[in-house]
Structure formats: C-alpha cells, structure tokens
Design a protein around this ligand. Structure first.
Ligand code: 13P
Length: 248
C-alpha cells in the first residue's frame, strides 16, 4: 500500500494560491507517498495545469450523484475528471452538517465518483456529543455501512476518519482514540470485504500539523492524513509529507 497525504483547501484560495501549489509540487519531485491537494472547484482546471508533469495529484471536495442535469450550482464527477481531478472528497462533516448530507447520499456520490474513474475519499467521524455519550464506534459503524458502497475497493476508495470536534479547533484526538477508531475501521471493512480491505487506505484528519504528524503516523492503521489548514502553505505541508515518508 502506498501511503497518502491529502490536503483539503476547503473554501480557501484564489488564483494567487496556485503559487503555493507549485511550491508544494516543487518541494517533492519524487515523493515516497502519494500527494493530493483538493483546491476549491474554481481552481481545479488551473491547478491541474499548474501541476502537470509533477507527482502532485488534484482532487475535488464534493460532487453531485448524477453525471449531468438540472442541478444549479452543482458539479458532477465527470466534470471533476474533465478538469484533471483524480479524486474527490465526499461526506466531509462540513457538508454533512451545512448541506444535510446523509450516508445514503454520500454512498450515491461515491458510486458516481467510481463511474467517473475518481478515487472517493469518504469522510466519517463523530461529534463531541456523540463521543461524550459513548457512541463513537456505533456512529463510525453506521457511517461505514451507509456511506461506503459495496463496490468499494482499495483502488477506488480511501476512508478518512475525522472527529468533528478535532477539525479546525487545534484539538487533536489522542493517539489512543485515533488507534481505537482506525483499528475498528480496519476490522469493519475486513469483515465486509475480506483481505482486499488490507490495502484500503485509512487517513486521520483533524488539526494535523507539522508538530504532531509524526506521532499520529506512528499509530496502527493510520496510512496517511487529510489535512485542512496546514495544507495551504508549503512550509506547513512539507514537514507533514516528510513525517509520513519517515514511516516507510
Ligand atoms: P484541519 O486540519 O484544519 O483541522 O481540517 C481537517 C479537515 O477537515 C480536513 O478535511
């Protein structure tokens, strides 16, 4: 399995940010891990051009479940692929919360991503209230069962565990908390998909920074990270990439 560092730029970045993207690509001409940045949709085509011929892949942050049609403001998976995207983040907690996305909708979007040849990065994670109620593993099980299609494989899917309370807050889950959930996810998908699940990458996300990346990457079944704020600048993102390379 090749490990993966993915950056989620969320609603950040205008064309000036393409310089940051070029800087990230230039700093890692032959990385030992996969590198992906998911810029806002407005930058996808330019980002693909800016990184052409480099090992930095470009991805979307969401897609519609239909390939085309009367859906004002939405973007389809084939459109992302047409812009040069190779992956798409789906079911991020910010979309589940702000746009009321359900597990079923996330699954349908993942199927659309597969049809377009994109890797689906399916996000799951509990809220603080769910953790405090002792419901974390039940929530994770429900999200996996409902969001991950039966046709998911190590080639077309990545799972990102992002505890909602650790996103953008500077609060990182403890190594024990991360390990417990990642082991649980691996067991769950192994029970469902068999040995094929051993190659499916599990990313941790939530306030990953240069200062904590190495210890997070040392946790069992953590195969990389989905990074928000610290993926915007090369100076923050590069040490995280190097920390993951250091585990190989
Ligand atoms: P932060 O790294 O900014 O906490 O964001 C994590 C995230 O939501 C990535 O998808």
């Amino acid at each position: 399995m090749r490990k993966l560092v993915a950056g989620n730029w969320k609603m950040n970045g205008t064309r000036a940010a393409l310089d940051d993207l070029r800087a990230i690509a230039a700093a890692h001409p032959s990385p030992q891990v996969d590198l992906l940045i998911c810029p806002p949709a407005t930058l996808l085509a330019a980002a693909s051009s800016a990184t052409e011929g480099t090992p930095l892949y470009i991805g979307g942050q969401d897609c519609h479940a239909a390939p085309s049609g009367a859906h004002t403001g939405d973007i389809s998976a084939p459109m992302l692929a047409d812009c040069g995207a190779t992956a798409v983040i789906l079911g991020h907690s910010e979309r589940r919360e702000n746009h009321h996305e359900t597990n079923g909708l996330v699954r349908d979007k993942a199927l659309a991503a597969f049809d377009a040849g994109l890797t689906a990065i399916i996000c799951i994670g509990e809220t603080l209230a769910q953790r405090e109620a002792g419901d974390t593993l039940d929530v994770i099980r429900d999200q996996l069962d409902g969001s991950l299609p039966d046709t998911a494989t190590a080639a077309n899917s990545v799972i990102a565990y992002e505890p909602v309370w650790a996103i953008g807050t500077g609060k990182v889950a403890s190594l024990d908390q991360i390990g417990e959930v990642h082991d649980f996810i691996r067991e769950n998908i192994t029970a469902r998909f068999g040995d094929a699940a051993s190659g499916l990458r599990l990313l941790y996300g939530g306030s990953v920074k240069p200062g904590n990346a190495a210890e997070i990457f040392g946790v069992s079944n953590v195969d990389g990270a989905l990074v928000g704020g610290a993926s915007l600048k090369e100076v923050d993102f590069s040490p995280i990439i190097k920390a993951l390379e250091g585990t190989i």
